[in-house]
Write a protein that binds this ligand. Structure first.
Ligand SMILES: Nc1nc2c(ncn2[C@@H]2O[C@H](COP(=O)(O)OP(=O)(O)O)[C@@H](O)[C@H]2O)c(=O)[nH]1
Ligand SMILES: [Mg+2]
Length: 207
């Protein structure tokens, strides 16, 4: 069940993703229910920004380097009722957004879990030790911070949340590098949000 009447933004950080970003944007546009796509260009030196703009995305430039900096900017740019944070290198599927949105009736935040190896495509960079690490840290964060559901992939960067929840946490986010996702989940729980993770497919990056 998709939320009816609510507007949805898809926001994505991008640093030199000219190989994959076009396909990613097209796949979200093809869903037919996305109101805005925002690309946070982290000073790419390739055609990332040009490709994104040509496909109708709103492109903003984030001068501070790092995945976390770009994500914080992305969360600040989203103005719609529902915010979808995803990556621009083709590892996640737009087709999985429907299932994430469906679960939004059970939690304030829903994210895709990459630990279910049966869902992962050949070549996906989810080795057993990444699965183990994400599961262990997810479980630890759940126990320490008290989420309603067990987190099993604390590194997942495919996250769906209502804007009011994002607004509560975004000023507190400080991590500028690739460990941003863990800070986001812990910050969300700390703000009183419930987070549910559901299995999604995960593939190799493009480019
Ligand atoms: N690594 C990195 N990624 C960035 C940066 N700024 C934006 N990104 C984007 O953030 C996402 C994460 O990077 P990626 O290489 O896929 O890392 P991984 O998902 O942890 O394997 C990609 O969509 C990048 O284009 C940055 O400064 N460094
Ligand atoms: Mg990635």
């Amino acid at each position: 069940m998709l939320p009816s009447g609510e507007k949805i933004s898809v926001v994505m950080p991008a640093y030199n993703e000219e190989a994959g970003i076009g396909g990613v944007i097209e796949s979200f546009v093809a869903l037919g229910y996305i109101d805005e796509i925002v690309v946070v260009d982290n000073n790419s030196t390739d055609s990332t920004a040009r490709i994104a703009a040509k496909l109708g995305a709103r492109v903003v430039v984030e001068p501070r380097r790092g995945y976390g900096s770009a994500c914080i900017r992305a969360l600040n740019e989203a103005m719609t009722d529902i915010v979808v944070l995803v990556e621009s290198e083709g590892t996640f599927d737009a087709a999985d957004l429907g299932i994430l949105l469906t679960h939004l009736q059970y939690a304030d935040v829903v994210s895709g879990s990459r630990i279910h190896s049966r869902c992962n495509k050949p070549g996906a960079d989810m080795t057993w030790y990444k699965i183990l690490g994400n599961r262990a840290l997810g479980a630890l964060a759940t126990l320490l911070y008290g989420n309603k559901y067990m987190l099993d992939d604390i590194g997942s960067s495919y996250v769906v949340a209502r804007k009011e929840i994002v607004d509560k946490v975004k000023e507190k986010l400080r991590v500028t590098d690739s460990s941003f996702s863990a800070e986001l989940y812990i910050g969300l729980i700390g703000s009183g949000a419930s987070i549910k993770q559901v299995p999604i497919s995960y593939g190799p990056r493009i480019g």
